[in-house]
Design a protein around this ligand. Structure first.
Ligand SMILES: *[C@@H]1O[C@H](CO)[C@@H](O)[C@H](O)[C@H]1NC(C)=O
Ligand SMILES: *[C@@H]1O[C@H](CO)[C@@H](O)[C@H](O)[C@H]1NC(C)=O
Length: 374
């Protein structure tokens, strides 16, 4: 962005400089009609050359930085969709930049049932087109609702009929769990999370509650960024703490299931400003979705937005943030440090799965407390 602004300033300068040059020509030829044009003064030529060289340099810089972000995005292993579209766009340009999707999304019959196209809205939101343009049609819902909507956030079973499956390759929870039981749809597995520690990288909810209590800090309201099916909110609910969960439906019905558990899904992508007022929440947790594959500028915006919604004395919990060890040291730790929060917990450990070992990656779990005043 700074680069673009610099470039514009230089282009402006160049324009002014070339205009001065032609004015000089014009005025001198007006004065002495028959004579040959006098040579252009050296200092003007010199200035013009310097401006040209700087523009070339900046243009090269800009294109290499563009390709290097493209290269790093194709390398990263996880959520390709989020990865691809977690870029920064000028405000309101994202809808217009995807005319084909937008056209399909807005093609409907007014005052009737909406087309069966939630995948289109998901695609548009991921590309930064949010809020979506309104449509005058009625949303589709499942024809059958559970006979008793549970207020237990860990229900023994999730009813398949409670949601629309048309946009997912799986058509049942059993299918999702067969595919991978750790996606968040196996309630038995979910009910074991946030309760035990295997290493210093784990923070349990009882520990978290204890930490807050011992520093006389009240936990009532929290935000879970990249919440999956809302298991953090579920566990916190049992402590009478209200958690909003940001969820996207990347290939599976994460948002619907969060709601089926009696928890609130906020349908917002990572590059969006949180729809929460300033300085009102006690805790923000950033889970697995917040990782090194987010472009650094977007990540900085994200952290500052977390700061915006946190009250003084509130906590940010980075839960298993991962990156290359060297990047944590040189890039991410300084970025996090800029917030000026107190380190309540700061644990780093090797990421020992195949890709972690190959890339020299580490995990960071940090609990940081926002200062009461700046
Ligand atoms: C949560 O609130 C309920 C109802 O007020 C109360 O009975 C229960 O003890 C509370 N649980 C915790 C963990 O504070
Ligand atoms: C972590 O990995 C590095 C090399 O990548 C190694 O030097 C270090 O001993 C490892 N640390 C632990 C605790 O295993």
């Amino acid at each position: 962005m700074g680069l673009g602004m610099g470039l514009n300033m230089l282009l402006l300068l160049a324009m002014v400089a070339t205009n001065i040059l032609s004015l000089y020509h014009l005025s001198s030829s007006l004065q002495s009609k028959p004579a040959a044009p006098p040579p252009v003064p050296d200092h003007l030529l010199h200035q013009l050359n310097t401006i040209r060289a700087t523009i070339n340099h900046l243009t090269r810089l800009r294109s290499t930085s563009a390709t290097s972000t493209a290269a790093s995005t194709t390398k990263a292993p996880v959520p390709s969709d989020l990865l691809l579209y977690a870029h920064i766009s000028p405000i309101a340009s994202a809808c217009r930049d995807n005319p084909d999707l937008l056209h399909r999304y807005m093609n409907y019959t007014p005052f009737s049932l909406c087309p069966d196209d939630t995948d289109l809205s998901e695609a548009l939101i991921l590309r930064g087109c949010h809020p979506l343009p309104r449509r005058r049609c009625f949303s589709r819902t499942s024809a059958k609702i559970p006979s008793s909507l549970t207020s237990n956030p860990f229900p023994p079973a999730l009813p398949d009929y409670a949601l629309l499956w048309s946009h997912y390759s799986c058509k049942s929870f059993a299918c999702l769990n067969r595919f991978n039981d750790d996606l968040g749809f196996d309630m038995k597995l979910e009910s074991t999370k946030f309760l035990t520690t295997k290493s210093d990288l784990d923070l349990t909810i009882p520990q978290l509650v204890q930490i807050a209590k011992s520093s006389s800090s009240v936990l009532r309201l929290a935000l879970d960024v990249g919440a999956g099916t809302g298991t953090f909110a579920a566990r916190m609910k049992l402590h009478n703490i209200t958690v909003l969960s940001t969820t996207m439906n990347l290939g599976a019905p994460y948002s619907e299931v969060t709601a089926l558990r009696g928890l609130i899904p906020l349908h917002v992508p990572l590059q969006q400003r949180f729809p929460i007022f300033d300085g009102v929440v006690d805790l923000v947790r950033c889970g697995h979705a917040v990782n090194r594959w987010i472009p650094i500028t977007s990540m900085e915006f994200l952290f500052y937005d977390v700061d915006r919604v946190l009250r003084g004395g509130g906590y940010i919990w980075l839960d298993h943030f991962f990156s290359k060890g060297i990047d944590l040291e040189k890039v991410y730790a300084p970025l996090i440090g800029k917030l000026g929060y107190k380190k309540v917990k700061w644990a780093i450990g090797n990421k020992t799965d195949a890709s972690g070992l190959k890339n020299g990656e580490v995990y960071l779990t940090a609990l940081l407390q926002k200062p009461l005043s700046r």
